[in-house]
Design a protein around this ligand. Structure first.
Ligand code: SF4
Length: 398
């Protein structure tokens, strides 16, 4: 006697399925509310972490109401990790964390300030660090920024380090410390009494928020880079109409920063005709069209040249063993047999369970059969559209 049929869909209880279920309340609602109540969320002054895009910074400074909801879940998770790690560093190592700096144009909260021996000795003993993160005295005072990153961008972080906006933020902190010292506010008056702090080293501490891997990037304070960061902030303060401020990113669909920006609809208003790429608003006349065509052509040439260089290099490296060569590390991944669904075994399972095996018409085989028989293949206009393909070629001689 055959045994009972295996159940292919355990848990599908018809009694349960017919009962309407109400999804439990999401914990994110509470998390967003708590986040909105944070002092940083209510701050109206320009913050060092706002030095990402000039247009966005100008909107913030002008008090422009946001036009879009931003999904803050990733940022909130980053804040939780941030708080946990910095609290641990403060309580166990005695590091100075989350300290405020400000002047008339900008304010910010420095994640970590590592004092050198000489500066630490100027503090009451209980405020001195118990564990130093600074490898040598030559590094002097170190200003540190902790950034959490996903695995998705981790390779880019290791390869290229901090972004221009992140560098600007860290230089803004360091410059404020060098010119003004710590802000004279409750909780850090003992630090404010130190006066301007001669920061010599900047450090990024990147933490992978998926697996905890830590990576640091360190460099000497550079006065020119600090002045450029300051100039950026001054430019934003000089903006009279935020809608005229330069955009530092290429817009929704091309830059993730814009996709998640709270001002993206204000910055990239609806297009004419509706549905065109947001960037089409940047082209107003034939001169703009000519410039965009020239850019397209230049981009195509760079792309094709870059592709040739990469393909040749890849072919040359095909037999190279993994290792560190000069400034780069070579590793190989893949090359393993791929796993794929075993369709025959699935059909057997469905047969055994008495379930119908789904069938999909094989359009390619049917088309071939009709053509072979000399019968025209019936067609109808579908909803899908063929992709619009741009063709750019030299203008014919007039
Ligand atoms: S949408 Fe992009 S370019 Fe515009 S303000 Fe936001 S980040 Fe800047």
């Amino acid at each position: 006697m055959p045994g009972p049929r295996p159940c292919l869909f355990p848990g599908r209880d018809s009694t349960l399925m017919s009962t309407a279920t109400v999804a439990p309340v999401s914990v994110w609602e509470a998390a967003h509310q708590v986040d909105a109540d944070r002092p940083r969320s209510r701050q109206k002054q320009l913050g060092a972490s706002d030095t990402v895009c000039q247009r966005r910074a100008a909107y913030i400074l002008a008090g422009t109401p946001p036009t879009d909801e931003a999904d803050k879940r990733t940022a909130i998770l980053g804040t939780y990790i941030h708080e946990g790690l910095l609290t641990a560093a403060r309580t166990r190592y005695g590091w100075q964390v989350e300290r405020t700096v400000a002047d008339e144009l900008i304010r910010g909260h420095i994640d970590v300030v590592q004092f050198d021996e000489a500066t630490a000795r100027r503090l009451p003993e209980r405020h001195r660090p118990r564990v130093h993160a600074t490898a040598s005295e030559r590094q002097g005072v170190v200003v540190e920024d902790l950034k959490t990153k996903s695995t998705f961008v981790w390779d880019r972080v290791i390869k290229y380090g901090a972004t221009a906006a992140e560098l600007r933020q860290l230089y803004t902190y360091a410059r404020l410390l060098r010119t003004h010292g710590f802000e004279d506010v409750k909780g850090q008056r003992h630090l404010a009494r130190l006066g301007p702090i001669p920061v010599q080293t900047l450090r990024f501490r990147f933490v992978n928020r998926d697996n905890g891997t830590e990576h640091t990037q360190e460099f000497r304070y550079d006065e020119r880079a600090a002045e450029q960061a300051r100039w950026w902030v001054e430019q934003v303060h000089d903006v009279e109409d935020p809608d005229e401020a330069p955009r530092d990113f290429d817009g929704p669909g091309l830059d993730g920063t814009c996709d998640h920006c709270r001002f993206r609809t204000r910055c990239w208003p609806p297009t004419d005709p509706p549905g065109a790429a947001p960037q089409s608003i940047l082209v107003r006349n034939d001169a703009d069209r000519a410039a965009a065509l020239a850019d397209y052509e230049r981009g195509q040439q760079l792309e094709s040249r870059g592709g040739r260089i990469r393909k040749l290099a890849r072919a040359k490296l095909d037999a190279a063993p993994p290792g560190i060569y000069g400034e780069h590390q070579l590793t190989w991944t893949g090359g393993n047999a791929k796993r794929e669904p075993d369709v025959d075994a699935m059909i057997r399972l469905f047969h055994d369970a008495g379930l119908p095996v789904p069938t999909t018409p094989d359009t390619a085989a049917m088309t071939t059969q009709l053509k072979t028989a000399g019968i025209p293949v019936p067609e109808r206009t579908g909803r899908a559209r063929t992709p619009r393909t741009i063709q750019v070629s030299p203008a014919p001689a007039q």
